[in-house]
Design a protein around this ligand. Structure first.
Ligand code: ADP
Ligand code: MG
Length: 226
């Protein structure tokens, strides 16, 4: 369960405070699929970064399975992220000096999993790249890089998967395949999925949608999740 209480974000812009996310309350029960939609600049990535503990809110609490992540120190936060959260980025964010296989291995080595090597092979297979493990990101297409990134995000079987426009940088047919893959691997694991997307069709697949505009929810907030 993820619970946000009065979560906001204010940054300094041109020497003045600018609120990019206004105080927001939101509950996402475990195993549900929430889509976050809204125009560019509406605060979607800001919200996702806060959920992931990649950024700290200006006000409010973010409870992940009862732990307020805004009160954790860097080490505890990093551990919680490694155990609970898989993040898929628009621009893949693979480590360029590591092969596909090694990119998938990293989070499992950090988690000191003994089955890391065998599991990295399984994950590569699951995303359809069994024979591409030795390739570097620069030798892979955008769609293939995103497959690796999905495998990496799922490596430690996180109960929460966050994806920020994972198909935004891919052509529509590749994007469709990536989304099918993400939805399939996620449903096999019953993890919570929070997906930022511009794609109305994709958003319609979610259990609920949160539409942001100028850092505020539009309409009543996500009744379907309650
Ligand atoms: P979205 O993902 O919906 O496109 P973002 O969450 O990235 O929107 O950004 C929301 C708004 O906040 C944008 O106008 C962006 O320019 C602004 N913004 C984000 N981060 C900062 C920052 N660190 N400093 C100043 N403005 C920021
Ligand atoms: Mg964004």
């Amino acid at each position: 369960m993820i619970e946000l209480r009065g979560v906001s974000k204010t940054v300094e812009s041109g020497g003045r405070p600018l609120t990019i996310l206004h105080p927001l309350d939101l509950s996402i029960p475990s195993g549900r699929f929430l889509a976050i939609v809204g125009p560019s600049g509406s605060g979607k990535s800001t919200l996702l970064g806060l959920l992931a503990g990649l950024d700290a809110p200006s006000t409010g609490e973010i409870l992940v399975d009862g732990t307020d992540i805004t009160r954790l120190g860097e080490d505890d936060l990093a551990r919680l992220r490694g155990e609970k959260i898989g993040f898929v980025f628009q621009f893949f964010h693979l480590v360029p000096s590591l092969t596909a296989f090694e990119n998938i291995l990293v989070p499992m080595e950090i988690a000191k999993r003994r089955d890391a090597v065998a599991r990295a092979r399984l994950l590569l297979d699951e995303v359809g790249l069994f024979d591409r493990g030795h390739h570097y990101p620069s030798q892979l297409s955008g769609g293939e890089q995103q497959r690796v990134a999905i495998a990496r995000a799922l490596a430690n079987d996180p109960p929460i998967v966050l994806a920020d426009e994972p198909t935004g940088n891919l052509d529509s047919s590749t994007g469709r395949h990536i989304m099918d893959l993400l939805l399939n691997v996620r449903s096999a694991r019953t993890s919570t999925l929070v997906l930022v997307t511009h794609d109305a069709e994709l958003a319609s697949l979610a259990d609920a949608r949160l539409t942001l505009r100028d850092g505020r929810p539009v309409d009543a907030p996500v009744e379907a999740l309650r």
